[in-house]
Design a protein around this ligand. Structure first.
Ligand code: SAM
Length: 284
């Protein structure tokens, strides 16, 4: 396990993932009943952008940094507000962006009294920081565990409403196969749950094979959203990523159609900047 998210915190992939994650959490809050968020590959939870790995790569400058500096139409601002309000609201960011909230901290900041969060992380150092972040918080259960096992152990949650975020490190060559299997098993256990999984798009053929497999998996209501800041390259830095979503809120497609064109222009790094939203499967 060499991957450390601190190198990538706040980058173009985090922008897509966290913006959608925050929208879905906000949607769940339209009903008063509590829900559970399960974050299977949680990372540290909080990233200092002013030192260490994040400062060294500076990937956030092309991601959340650009978003925060750009002018945005009112509709886009409304859609991004749940995510950006958390980023701007971090005490350390009062003067300038210094700290970036990862998915567990973003979820925790958005949760209400009745909502609960379960986070799993396998890297011992990252887990320790994650556990420290949520120490004493009765709303959060942090567990040092293989996230793929969390899909078996914690799904479905007792609340029967909620989101499972699957955000693997994509270090292994079979990670798309693992993702397809994990999503299928998770969905079989909890057919009404909302599952969101992130993946880098470096080789479009591999991603197409993954979509083809998901399209014939029997899983209903699958949508994917892709964003590219530039041309996807198998051997270069990550220029694009996607989200596969099972049971997304019905409102999300319209929101993505509004926000992704703006994000694509704002985050563009040359030729190949693009986006698309696809419905892979519908309802039987
Ligand atoms: N979800 C985080 C966020 O958005 O802020 C970022 C997660 S990062 C992409 C992937 C994380 O998964 C890394 O922290 C890595 O240590 C962890 N990881 C790798 N393999 C894992 C496994 N099998 N189970 C749980 N965590 C794992």
């Amino acid at each position: 396990m060499n991957y450390r998210h601190a190198f990538h915190a706040g980058n173009i992939g985090d922008v897509l993932k966290h913006m959608v994650f925050a929208r879905v959490i906000t949607y769940l809050q339209s009903k008063p009943g509590g829900f559970r968020i399960i974050d299977t590959h949680a990372g540290l939870g909080r990233y200092d952008l002013t030192k260490g790995d994040a400062q060294r790569t500076g990937e956030w400058r092309q991601g959340v940094g650009r978003v925060l500096e750009a002018d945005m139409p009112k509709k886009v601002a409304e859609i991004l507000a749940p995510w950006l309000d958390v980023v701007r609201g971090m005490e350390e960011n009062a003067k300038k962006l210094s700290v970036y909230p990862g998915s567990p901290l973003l979820a925790r900041k958005l949760m209400r009294e009745q909502d609960r969060l379960t986070v799993t992380e396998l890297h011992p150092d990252d887990f320790q920081k994650l556990a420290e972040l949520f120490a004493g918080d009765v709303h959060v259960k942090a567990i040092e565990l293989d996230g793929w096992n969390a899909l078996r152990g914690f799904v479905p949650p007792k609340e029967k409403r909620g989101i499972v975020l699957i955000d693997p490190a994509f270090e292994e060559t079979n990670e798309f196969e693992k993702l397809a299997t994990g999503l299928y098993k998770g969905w079989r256990r909890w057919g009404t749950g909302c599952f969101i999984a992130w993946y880098p798009i470096k080789d479009k053929k591999t991603v197409k094979r993954f979509y083809d497999a998901m399209s014939v998996s029997g899983i209903e209501r699958i949508m994917v959203a892709e964003h590219f800041a530039g041309q996807a390259r198998a051997d270069g830095p990550m220029m694009g990523s996607g989200l596969i979503m099972i049971n997304p809120p019905w409102t999300l497609k319209g929101e993505l159609d509004t926000v992704l064109p703006w994000l694509t222009t704002t985050l563009a790094q040359g030729r190949g900047a693009d986006w698309r939203v696809l419905q892979l499967t519908g309802e039987k």
